[in-house]
Design a protein around this ligand. Structure first.
Ligand code: ZN
Length: 134
């Protein structure tokens, strides 16, 4: 048995091998990337909103460790179908809970890479909408 089996529960490895919502959205409402230099994780999240600001589709592209990739799968799955406002209320604690394993402080950036990408996307999207007075 490899030592990773004690570090990662099986569902994390499953998501790493068979990620959810991995791919490209042709015309996303917004997209944003994160890069975690500590580990080399890279994640780009693309979000497509419908006219009622409901997240009708969300996908990610990325590479990196199992935790970062599993977290992206779980987070995209979590926000799909929510309104933008509901999705924004998700906290980093909730993202960590989705992983269902304790995350060591050294791996927090891995677990939260997709989350920080999404946060940046929200900010960019709102910024673009509200800057008409410029
Ligand atoms: Zn990582």
């Amino acid at each position: 048995m490899m030592e990773t089996n004690t570090l990662y529960r099986e569902h994390i490895l499953d998501l790493y091998k068979n990620p959810l919502n991995k791919g490209i959205i042709e015309n996303p409402s917004f997209s944003s990337k994160c890069y975690n230099p500590l580990c080399g994780d890279e994640i780009e999240i693309q979000v497509k909103l419908d006219e009622d600001n409901i997240i009708e589709n969300v996908k990610f592209l990325g590479k990196g460790c199992a935790i970062s990739q599993a977290s992206a799968s779980l987070l995209t799955e979590e926000i799909k179908g929510k309104t933008l406002e509901e999705a924004k209320r998700i906290t980093r604690e909730q993202v960590l809970e989705l992983l269902e394993i304790p995350i060591a402080s050294g791996r927090l950036k891995c677990a939260l890479c997709s989350f920080s990408s999404l946060k940046e996307g929200y900010t960019k999207y709102n910024g673009g909408k509200n800057e008409s007075s410029n």
